[in-house]
Design a protein around this ligand. Structure first.
Ligand SMILES: *[C@@H]1O[C@H](CO)[C@@H](O)[C@H](O)[C@H]1NC(C)=O
Ligand SMILES: *[C@@H]1O[C@H](CO)[C@@H](O)[C@H](O)[C@H]1NC(C)=O
Length: 362
């Protein structure tokens, strides 16, 4: 009956029940081309103006999370409430959409980069998909490869194991965040060597929804023993974590690092070498693992993309000399799928590794 009402008035006057159906047939023929044209225009539109989901987050979908770290039972201070609300906003806001997502490779070095030529080979042919940033803390390096020329950022002195190391990381992140195309931020040292090709690394990092930040609980002397009660109430001993400083973090996590001042101040004051009771704390090994363990534990893989070996049980991961680097070692490193976090109290906590390491550093 509805159909009838829509018809021009003259049609209504015609008699007989079958009429509407008979008239409907030519109408349908008109609709077919209309629908076809509509679909074609839609396809053309989507092709010319792809929605963001088609270009970028297909590989890395950032759901808007209604997430928040478990609130501690105690009453939070004003600073904590403020910090948490800022982090929540950053973490639940999808990153600035980019049509040309890039990886920021951030090199932290005292001076020259001995493997520039190797990295040049790694980057060759992938222009426009990466940016390089160099933080040289002792002397301005002479670059032998053109990809590194002009990529030095403003830098300052860095003391081994000191908060100045974290300052340099934050400086690199802030500089790299200026380019909104940068979606992943990889921190590397002058001694890192790539283990996989660029495409592999790019697809792997862009396709992951985690940040690759090493993070584990070490109840031994090189772990929780470094914790100071002065960090209370914001950082409790049970929240204190350890990890290698080399990371690859996504844009939102990079924002969290540059936005944090509350937890950063705690580590600057109470995590340093030569503290009371003979304690040595190294901010670069504890600050970020602890921060993310508290603020976004599900957002980090708990593993880094750089190969580190803590199995010697020392205060520093195993380092490799030229004679250690054999074909067998490299084969081992590139085929890792299970790895172990070795804690300094001699207990081994095996867990599945999410990532294949793409660079080896010491
Ligand atoms: C990393 O560890 C934290 C705490 O142990 C855990 O909640 C989180 O799920 C882990 N991340 C992944 C990706 O499994
Ligand atoms: C490579 O891995 C095998 C088996 O895990 C091990 O026995 C060997 O010592 C490793 N080689 C090197 C050079 O690390």
């Amino acid at each position: 009956m509805k159909l009838l009402q829509l018809w021009p008035s003259g049609v209504k006057d015609m008699k007989g029940a079958p009429l509407p159906r008979a008239r409907a047939a030519p109408r349908r023929h008109i609709w077919i081309p209309v629908v076809v044209i509509f679909i074609a225009v839609t396809i053309l539109w989507v092709y010319m103006y792809p929605p963001q989901d088609y270009t970028y987050p297909v590989r890395d979908w950032y759901p808007v999370r209604d997430w928040f770290p478990a609130e501690p039972a105690r009453e939070l201070s004003d600073e904590e409430i403020a910090a948490r609300v800022v982090f929540r906003q950053i973490l639940s806001t999808p990153p600035f959409p980019s049509r040309n997502p890039k990886i920021a490779f951030m090199f932290m070095t005292p001076g020259k980069l001995p493997f520039e030529k190797l990295w040049e080979l790694f980057f060759k042919g992938h222009e426009g998909r990466y940016n390089i940033y160099v933080h040289a803390s002792r002397e301005k390096p002479e670059h032998i490869s053109s990809v590194f020329v002009g990529r030095d950022i403003h830098s300052d002195k860095v003391g081994w194991g000191m908060i100045s190391m974290v300052d340099a990381e934050r400086r690199l992140l802030a500089k790299a965040l200026e380019d909104t195309d940068n979606q992943q931020f990889v921190l590397l040292s002058d001694s890192c060597v790539p283990l996989h090709n660029f495409d592999y690394v790019y697809d792997f990092l862009m396709g992951s929804k985690h940040s690759f930040l090493d993070c584990f609980d070490d109840p031994g002397p090189h772990g929780v023993f470094r914790y100071s009660k002065h960090m209370l109430p914001e950082v409790r001993e049970t929240e204190f974590r350890k990890g290698s400083q080399w990371f690859s973090i996504k844009r939102q996590h990079a924002m969290v690092v540059v936005a944090d001042s509350l937890y950063y101040s705690k580590f600057r004051r109470y995590c340093k070498p030569g503290m009371e009771e003979g304690r040595n704390c190294y901010a670069d090994e504890h600050y970020l693992p602890t921060l993310f363990n508290m603020m976004d534990p599900a957002g980090i893989a708990n593993w880094s993309v750089t190969y580190v070996d803590w199995s010697e049980g020392k205060w520093h991961p195993r380092s490799f000399r030229a004679k250690d680097v054999t074909y067998e070692l490299l084969k081992n490193m590139t085929s890792i799928d299970t790895s172990y976090h070795v804690t300094s109290d001699e207990k081994v906590s095996p867990s599945l590794q999410f990532s294949l390491p793409f660079a080896i550093c010491h």
